[in-house]
Design a protein around this ligand. Sequence first.
Ligand SMILES: Nc1ncnc2c1ncn2[C@@H]1O[C@H](COP(=O)(O)OP(=O)(O)O)[C@@H](O)[C@H]1O
Ligand SMILES: [Mg+2]
Length: 263
Amino acid sequence: MKATNGNISPKKPASTQKDEVVIHAKGIKVGFVDNEVLKNITFDLKRGENMVVLGKSGSGKSVTIQCIVGLLKPDAGDLTVFGQNVAEMNDDELKQLRMKIGFLFQSGALYDSMTVRENLEFPLTRVLKLNDQQEIDKRVEEVLDGVGLLDAIDKLPSDLSGGMRKRVGLARTLIVKPEIMLYDEPTTGLDPITSREISELILNMQKKYKTSSIIITHDMECARITADRIVVMDDGEYIAEGSYKELQKSDNKMVRSFFNETT
Ligand SMILES: Nc1ncnc2c1ncn2[C@@H]1O[C@H](COP(=O)(O)OP(=O)(O)O)[C@@H](O)[C@H]1O
Ligand SMILES: [Mg+2]
C-alpha cells in the first residue's frame, strides 16, 4: 500500500519518481598504462530501467562496473549513484552504497559445502544481520520460489545444473533487495535454452523487485529479452543507443556486427 504523496509543488510532473536517475555518468575516463580503456562514457540509468551494454570483449564493460561500485576511480568525469559522487565517498559510505547494489558474477559463486537454503541465509544473517528465523525462512522461500527453485532448497550446489546454480546465485543476490543490479555477462557459458531462462528471469525480477539494472552482454537474445534500452560501446565510448528494434535498423557497422552474429 503506497500513499499517493500530496503534490507539494504543482510544477512537478507525476512521473518524477519514474524518471529518477539512479546512476549518472558523464565523461568518464579510465586508463591503465598505455591503455585508454574508457574515453568518454556518458549515461543515465533511471529507476526501474534495464539498460543493456553491448561491447566487444576487452572494451571496458567490467571496468565501468568497477567504477560504479567504487573499486576503481575514474581519471576524469562525474559519476554519481543515488545522487552521491562515488569518487568522494569514504569507506563507510562505499559500504552503504554496496549494500544497495547487487552483482551477478559469472560463476554464481555459491558455497559448495552449504545447502541452497544456507547459501541464501548467508547474506541475510551476515549482511542484513537478521536473526528472526521466521523472517529469514520467509525471505529464503519467497526468493527461491521467484526463481522457480523451491524444490531445491535442501540440495547442495553440486547437485544442481549450471543453470540452476546461476538461478540460486541470482536469488542470493536479490534476497537483500538491492536497488541496483549489475549483471556482468549473465548468460555466458550457458546453453541457449538455459540462457533464455536466465534472461527471462532477469526480466521477471525487474518487474517483481522494481530494480534498476545494467546488463552487460554480447548475447543478443539476452539483450532482446531484458532491455528497455541498449547502448553500444566501441573504442571507449557509447556510439549508439536505442531499443532493440531501433538498433536492429541501424546502419552503423559496429551495431550491425552484433545483430549479424545471430542471424
Ligand atoms: N586493473 C587493471 N589493470 C590494468 N588493466 C586493466 C585492469 N582492469 C582491466 N584492464 C584492461 O582494461 C581493458 C578492459 O577490460 P574489461 O573491462 O575487463 O573488458 P570487458 O569489456 O571484456 O569487460 C582490458 O584491456 C583489460 O586488460
Ligand atoms: Mg568483462
